[in-house]
Design a protein around this ligand. Structure first.
Ligand SMILES: Nc1nc2c(c(=O)[nH]1)N[C@H]1C(S)=C(S)[C@@H](COP(=O)(O)O)O[C@H]1N2
Ligand SMILES: [Mo]
Length: 375
C-alpha cells in the first residue's frame, strides 16, 4: 500500500523521537499527537472550522494493516443465501452514494472527565465531517440475500493485535456488529472515497464503513469481511470496550454497546485561556451536531449557565452532518467568565449539565465550560 503525503510527513517525527514528547505534541501536519504508535491524532480546535482530510482526527487501536490492492476482496458470509467476494471494481459498479457525515469518537472530550479515566485523553477535537462516497451496506446485503432471523451484521477490519487489560484471547481483529435494521438504513455506507479522494491508509484504505449518526467505533476501517449473525455479536469491542451501563425496566444495570452520537454544541472561536475585551462585541461561533437527530436550537451562556442566549444557526444540509452557529457577545464584567454552549435536537434532547457515570468513559456531551478572562 502506498503512503499518502500526510503519512510520509507523519513518519518524520518518529525518526526524530529523541525529542521529548509532550502530552499535546504537535505533528508535522499540525494534528495533536495523542499516541505515536498506533497513530492517534486529534484535530486542533480552530481547525474544526476549516475541515478537510489533512486535518481529520485519526483513531486507530492497532498498526495500519497492509491490504494488498491487487488481491483485495470484501467477503460477505454467515447467515446469507449468497456468500459474496467483491472486488473494489465490483463495488464501484453498484449504485454509488455521496453523503456528508460527522464522525465523532465515543471518547471525544475524555480529558475533561473528573475524576480522570483510562483511555486516550482527547480534548474536543476527536470529531470531524467529511464527504464520503461508496455504496449502501443495505445494497450489499440485498445481493447476499440475508436469511430470515438475521440479527447483527459484523464488520471486520484487517487490523489486529493483542490487548493486555482486559486480556484478549490472543490477537483479535477490530470489529463491530451493527443491528440489521441500522445496517440497512440509507446512512450506513461502505466507502472508498473521503472528500472526493481515495481513502488514505490512516482512514481505512481501501474500504471502510460509515454508520451515519453513530459514534466512530462503528465506522470500521480496513474493512475486509462482513459476517451476518443470527444472534447479537458480543466481541471485545462492544462489551469490554465501547459499552455503557443502561438501566432496564426493572432498574437492573445492563451493559449495552455504545451507539448513537449525543447532541453537542462546541465553542470553536474561543478556547480556554483566551482573553476578551470588556464592552466590545465579538462573534462567538462553533459547530453543533445531533447524531441521528437534527439540530433544532443552539444556546450560549456567558455566565456558566445562569442565563442563555439563542444563537443563529446557518441553514446547512444537516442529516448526519453538523451546523455552524454564531452570535454576538459583548462581555460586560471584567474577570473570569465560564462560557457554555448547548445543542437541543428536534426530539427535544439536550446536553446534560452533569456527567452520567453510567456512560463509563464514553459519550461525553455534558456541558464543559470554555474559561476565558474579560479584560
Ligand atoms: N479497523 C478499525 N476500524 C476502526 C478503528 C480501528 O482501530 N480499527 N477505530 C474506530 C474508532 S474508535 C473511530 S473513532 C474511527 C476513527 O476514524 P478515523 O481514524 O478515520 O477518524 O474509526 C473506527 N474504525
Ligand atoms: Mo473512537
Amino acid at each position: 500500500m502506498t503512503l499518502s503525503r500526510r503519512e510520509l510527513l507523519c513518519a518524520a517525527p518518529l525518526a526524530a523521537a529523541a525529542v521529548p514528547l509532550f502530552a499535546s505534541a504537535v505533528a508535522a501536519d499540525s494534528l495533536i499527537v495523542r499516541m505515536q504508535e498506533p497513530r492517534n491524532l486529534e484535530t486542533p480546535l480552530g481547525d474544526l472550522l476549516k475541515g478537510g482530510t489533512e486535518k481529520f482526527y485519526v483513531r486507530s487501536h492497532f498498526a495500519v494493516p497492509s491490504v494488498d490492492l491487487k488481491t483485495f476482496k470484501l467477503t460477505v458470509e454467515g447467515h446469507v443465501e449468497n456468500k459474496l467476494e467483491l472486488t473494489l471494481d465490483d463495488l464501484k459498479k453498484m449504485e454509488t452514494v455521496t453523503r456528508e457525515i460527522v464522525l465523532e469518537c465515543a471518547g471525544n472530550g475524555r480529558v475533561f472527565l473528573v475524576p480522570q479515566v483510562k483511555g486516550l485523553q482527547w480534548g474536543h477535537g476527536a470529531v470531524g465531517i467529511a464527504k464520503w462516497t461508496g455504496v449502501r451496506l443495505g445494497a450489499i446485503l440485498e445481493r447476499a440475500k440475508v436469511k430470515a432471523g438475521a440479527v447483527d451484521v459484523v464488520l471486520l477490519g484487517a487490523d489486529k493485535g493483542t490487548i493486555a487489560d482486559p486480556a484478549t484471547p490472543g490477537a483479535i481483529n477490530f470489529d463491530r456488529g451493527i443491528p440489521l435494521a441500522k445496517a440497512k438504513k440509507d446512512e450506513t455506507l461502505i466507502v472508498w472515497n473521503m472528500n472526493d479522494e481515495a481513502l488514505t491508509a490512516a482512514h481505512g484504505a481501501p474500504l471502510r464503513a460509515i454508520v451515519g449518526g453513530w459514534y466512530g467505533m462503528a465506522a470500521v476501517k480496513w474493512l475486509t469481511r462482513i459476517v451476518v449473525l443470527d444472534r447479537p455479536h458480543n466481541s471485545f469491542w462492544q462489551t469490554f470496550d465501547y459499552s455503557i451501563w443502561i438501566r432496564d425496566a426493572a432498574g437492573l444495570p445492563q451493559l449495552a454497546p455504545v451507539t448513537a452520537i449525543q447532541p453537542k454544541a462546541l465553542i470553536i472561536s474561543l478556547a480556554t485561556g483566551d482573553a476578551v475585551d470588556a464592552g466590545k462585541g465579538i462573534i462567538v461561533s462553533g459547530k453543533a451536531w445531533a447524531g441521528e437527530n437534527r439540530v433544532a436550537k443552539v444556546e450560549f451562556s456567558p455566565d456558566g449557565g445562569k442565563s442563555w442566549i439563542g444563537a443563529a444557526i446557518r441553514d446547512e444540509k444537516q442529516d448526519f452532518g453538523w451546523r455552524t452557529w454564531s452570535l454576538v457577545w459583548t462581555p460586560a464584567a471584567k474577570g473570569p467568565a465560564k462560557l457554555l454552549a448547548r445543542c437541543i435536537d428536534d426530539k427535544g434532547n439536550t446536553q446534560p449539565d452533569k456527567r452520567d457515570p453510567d456512560r463509563r468513559s464514553y459519550m461525553i456531551n455534558h456541558l464543559i465550560p470554555t474559561e476565558v478572562t474579560v479584560k
